[in-house]
Design a protein around this ligand. Structure first.
Ligand code: FDA
Length: 305
């Protein structure tokens, strides 16, 4: 039953008609609860509130699967404006983005050009930009572009998903780039040909890549709400004398807020992923797929201004 629900929401997350419709009728959905707001300006107050509690942030302008060059350039410009506002408002925030919103499905040269413009602005303001990892079909292209960008920029990072069989090899291959990596379990619907179908295998692989990347000596973001993974990381770091400034925990805005604060109190760096924008549909459906009990939480949010 749990698998059926997950598959159902992941199927819905890719539905383009529903996605377009949702932009019209869902403008206030969960605003301030699981997304920052319809635009960056309305998210600033939430980011300041998180910062005042000792939480760092990464903001993500919601949007994916752009198929028009002009829209991809518009998204690039919006991202650049967001970076400038982060600097102007002196926010403790990085930026996350999806390369399909910058033209990954149109032309790799275009996405490289758009990413370069974003990274040049971010570099001026000392802001890190993380390329979210999308579905497996786009993994190789994402990593290839990341590697090219990494040769020119220090302030770019990406995401590695524990559910893919290829992941261990990717961590080994990326080692030479000394990357800052966000490690996640993986949020898309993938076939058993490319990804572990069983959650216990994903969890095991997740621990394995946390261990590999930390021992490689590179900065690691453990992006998970799972206590077992958080405890594993803490213990592993203690046992291997890995300093607290070599890793951070990351969670999504609105999820496990008390745990986030507890980690800060214990002296760990904690970063909250705050999405904003009107294109909330795919993000929202993937969150429902991960944890159907988020349904009640989100619907409560719908009535809230
Ligand atoms: P998982 O879903 O495996 O749940 C394990 C246990 O954790 C649960 O049984 C429960 O005990 C606890 N738990 C989970 N959610 C909870 C909640 N809301 N409240 C209370 N307890 C909870 N994916 C991707 O493919 N590409 C990407 O770029 C990213 N980026 C990203 C950034 C950040 C900051 C985060 C936190 C996550 C992502 N993800 C992602 C999503 C990721 O791949 C994954 O789908 C989700 O984090 C869910 O997996 P978890 O490890 O959090 O717990």
């Amino acid at each position: 039953m749990e698998v059926l629900t997950r598959d159902f929401f992941l199927f819905l997350s890719k539905n383009k008609v529903l996605n377009r419709a949702a932009q019209n009728w869902g403008k206030n959905i969960a605003s301030g609860k699981i997304i920052g707001g319809n635009d960056f300006t309305s998210s600033i107050k939430f980011i300041k509130m998180l910062n005042s509690q000792g939480l760092s942030v990464t903001v993500d302008h919601l949007g994916e699967f752009v198929t028009n060059k002009d829209v991809a350039r518009e998204r690039t410009e919006e991202c650049i404006q967001t970076i400038k506002m982060i600097a102007r408002e002196n926010l403790d925030s990085q930026v996350s983005l999806k390369m399909t919103s910058l033209g990954l499905d149109i032309d790799h040269a275009l996405v490289y050009e758009n990413m370069s413009r974003i990274l040049e602005t971010a570099e001026k303001h000392n802001i890190m930009v993380t390329i979210d990892m999308e579905d497996e079909q786009r993994c190789q292209a994402t990593l290839d572009i990341f590697k090219d960008l990494r040769k020119r920029f220090q302030n770019v990072s990406t995401v590695i998903q524990a559910y893919l069989y290829r992941t261990e090899k990717d961590i080994e291959d990326l080692n030479q780039y000394s990357p800052f990596l966000r490690l996640v379990k993986g949020a898309y619907k993938e076939s058993p040909e490319v990804a572990f179908p069983e959650k216990k295998d994903v969890d095991e692989n997740y621990k394995k890549i946390i261990k590999m990347h930390l021992l490689n000596g590179h900065y690691t973001a453990i992006a998970s709400h799972d206590d077992a993974m958080i405890e594993y990381t803490k213990q592993f770091a203690l046992d291997h004398n890995i300093p607290k400034d070599q890793f951070e925990f990351q969670m999504l805005y609105g999820m496990r807020s008390q745990t986030q604060l507890d980690l800060v109190k214990q002296g760990y760096k904690m970063r909250v992923y705050v999405p904003y924008g009107q294109d909330w549909y795919g993000y929202f459906m993937r969150r429902l797929a991960e944890r159907p009990s988020n349904i009640a939480f989100a619907f409560k949010g719908m009535t809230k201004k």
